[in-house]
Design a protein around this ligand. Sequence first.
Ligand code: FAD
Length: 466
Amino acid sequence: MSDAATSAIIPAEGATEPLTLMGAGLVGSLLALYLARHGHSVDMFERRADPRLASGLEGRSINLALSDRGWRALDGVGIGDEVRQVGIPMYGRTMHDQHGQLTHQPYGQENQAIYSVSRAGLNRKLLDLVEAEPGIKLHFNQQCLNVDLRHHTIQLRDVTTAQEQVRPFRRLFGTDGAYSAVRGAMQKTDRYNYSQSYLEYGYKELHIAPGPNGTWQFEKHALHIWPRGQYMMIALPNLDGSFTCTLFFPYEGPHSFAALQTPAQVQAFFEEVFPDAVPFMPELGTDFFSNPTGSLVTVRCFPWAFNDEVLLIGDASHAIVPFYGQGMNAGFEDCSVLNSLLTQYGSDWHAVFQLFQTQRKPDADAMADLAIYNFEEMRDRVADPRFLLQKKIESKISAQYPGQWLPLYSQVTFSHTPYAEALANGRRQEQIMSGLMPYIQKESDYEQNQVQELLREAMSKLHQQI
Ligand code: FAD
């Protein structure tokens, strides 16, 4: 458990005020808890219906990978341990080649894992806690249509009755995701920087059924990848023995969503390229055409704050592609950072908002770059024996130089090193590896004098750079 978990939040005296929060997704719910624990009252608006009322009717589980940054933020409101009990640790990646041969690559040290958790389950858990907090009021079915920044009002539409209302706000937090309406209003202000870019790939969630008696058809404690160069499928385990698969696939081209138009085509294609998975996907043809195809967007914008009145957090300020499993973790880390600033600066909102955005923006940009980089690694490089050899050598270096060399994946996933710093370290490490790898054909070459000498030299330079 982290330090954040053990230190209780003490509200600053006389600092409480009514706050408005738009979007009760993962980040919004967690943020509301932090704000309430600082003594503020929070009105929370959410476009969707209460997901807890739909329980039982909802479709199959969709899961997310939770890692250290996320855990710290959950521990900070005291629910980390409870969520861990329903998470499945995944200690490494298992790659499936086209003949069904498996290769395994650990994520970190022996006991380090990322956790597969149900997105809906986590959201429900957070909402239960939100509801139990006397200072928070939840309003479901309320869609934000517009924010009037000058007059401090929000325009809401009840999606069940179509009735509209205008409400005043004093301070507003936009946690309404990648297509944020709050950000939409900020985008219309002078000198607002905004960009969005889409990958030429979409994603589709599919399903691997549980085995007999709820057993897992593949190794339960791994994230499975079927890397195929220009596309890939991944699978994360669920508690009921099933796996949620995600196919990342081009929209157009010879192997693409456009090229697969009938259940028979889908079946034949999967049998050819994912032969070991298909026998466990009995509803592939139906799933493929009934599940939506999602797009993959990166959103960058700045500023995240409008005066000291509005602040964007989570995907609303930095939506990234999902290949590092960090979108939610980064949004949760936003909550930890904001919590520290609130502890330090109390109700000096100007300081809190300004420091928050200047501190987090470089990290969000770095994470966006890392996420795109990891797509190439997952769909392509993990199938390359040279790449896997390099990873093994890197873990040897890490063991030989503890404290001086933490692999990039570990810095991002198992540490709290700011993302921008992790990216810079990763680039320096990559430079060193490109100098070493020409001398290494097999694992044991690492011990050779020439390699060790080159490494010693590189490490002393690395030390000087940091
Ligand atoms: P959201 O989860 O989008 O929540 C926004 C909320 O605001 C929603 O409840 C929405 O209904 C509400 N809302 C939106 N507009 C309005 C409006 N106008 N009025 C009122 N309410 C509104 N991250 C990880 O850390 N690990 C992973 O393994 C991972 N896997 C992913 C896989 C895929 C395929 C995708 C697409 C993303 C993945 N992510 C992952 C990223 C993660 O889903 C997001 O980063 C995370 O959900 C962001 O949380 P959020 O609360 O900021 O936004």
